[in-house]
Design a protein around this ligand. Structure first.
Ligand code: ISE
Length: 310
């Protein structure tokens, strides 16, 4: 079966995913796209459906890739669940915790996982090697993770706390993926450099006792620079990559592997990668960071994981 994919949102990420699906992933075709900007949608070179909900319901679409603006994710993910169609939604699943909760509730009600969240770093070969080293026990117990996440400049649609609710989601997800749940967060801000209150230094303490510090700086100027160092009782390991212009080059392998796994999962009838639950917890942790006072620790509170996600 060839998976006929519909893409909603053909901006930077959607257009990049369309290229990757076409050039580097087998078993899928880009069947149609939808974007509020019709000429941008047309530039992908496939059928354009103006109404994104009609695209989701289209009988010729088997699976949906959601790469539209953050605030639109919830509506489209819920429509995919209602239509019983698998979807890969770019992070964040929804920028607000309540929106993520509604998605998790709808998927739990459906009783089967259809939603994957685009936390592509889980597919990055460097992060994958780091996790394998950790899981093999070579470093002993993990103690610290130092993360750096720098962008050249924030896109013009970045506003308010998006340095946390959008960008830092990657460090939140990687922390949970490596060490399990986050118990508390602390947020430090150097003297304000911009309206975005950027950079931020986030500190996560996991239930398992690991301390993670993450510098997230979306106006670093010199390049896209993402790396981390894990310190364990008996050694260290790093995940790094070249400094590039933006995330598309730095994580090209990760995006290709993520899309390949998603398509294979759709063909096998299973949702792979980060789940809606992971998307929800990432937003809950981000919210705790946003609400954190200038000093002091904030506990993260999430309800027990529904059976569906165990
Ligand atoms: C963007 O959406 C990404 O996912 C990038 O990896 C991240 O570095 C950037 O800050 C986000 O806006």
């Amino acid at each position: 079966m060839t998976v006929r994919v519909g893409i909603i949102g053909t901006g930077v990420m959607g257009a990049d995913h369309a290229r990757t699906l076409r050039d580097a992933v087998t078993g899928a075709t880009v069947e149609a796209v939808s974007d509020a900007d019709r000429s941008q949608a047309a530039s992908v070179g496939v059928r354009v459906v103006n109404d994104p909900i009609a695209l989701i319901k289209d009988p010729d679409i088997d699976a949906v890739l959601i790469a539209s603006s953050d605030a639109t994710h919830e509506e489209f993910v819920l429509a995919c669940l209602a239509a019983g169609k698998p979807a890969l939604c770019e992070k964040p699943l929804a920028p607000d915790v309540a929106g993520c909760q509604r998605i998790v509730a709808a998927e739990a009600q459906l009783g089967r996982r259809l939603i994957s969240v685009g936390f592509m770093r889980r597919y990055d070969p460097g992060y994958g090697a780091l996790k394998r080293t950790l899981d093999a026990g070579d470093l002993g117990a993990p103690l610290l993770l130092h993360c750096v996440h720098r962008n050249v400049s924030a896109p013009d649609w970045f506003a308010g706390d998006m340095v946390i609710t959008n960008s830092a989601g990657h460090e939140i997800d990687i922390t949970r993926w490596l060490f399990g749940e986050i118990a508390s967060v602390t947020v430090h801000r150097p003297r304000a450099s911009a309206a975005l209150a950027d950079p931020v230094l986030l500190v996560f303490e996991t239930i398992s006792g690991v301390v993670v510090d993450a510098e997230v700086f979306v106006n670093a100027g010199y390049g896209y620079d993402v790396h981390c160092e894990l310190v364990g009782q008996h050694g260290r390991a790093t995940a790094s990559g070249p400094v590039t212009a933006d995330w598309r080059d730095r994580f090209a392998d990760a995006y290709r592997l993520e899309l390949t796994d998603w398509v294979e999962g759709v063909r096998a009838g299973e949702a792979r990668g980060a789940s809606a639950w992971d998307g929800y917890v990432a937003s809950a942790v981000a919210r705790a960071c946003v609400s954190a006072p200038a000093t002091g620790r904030v506990a993260v509170e999430v309800p027990p994981k529904p059976v569906l996600y165990k």
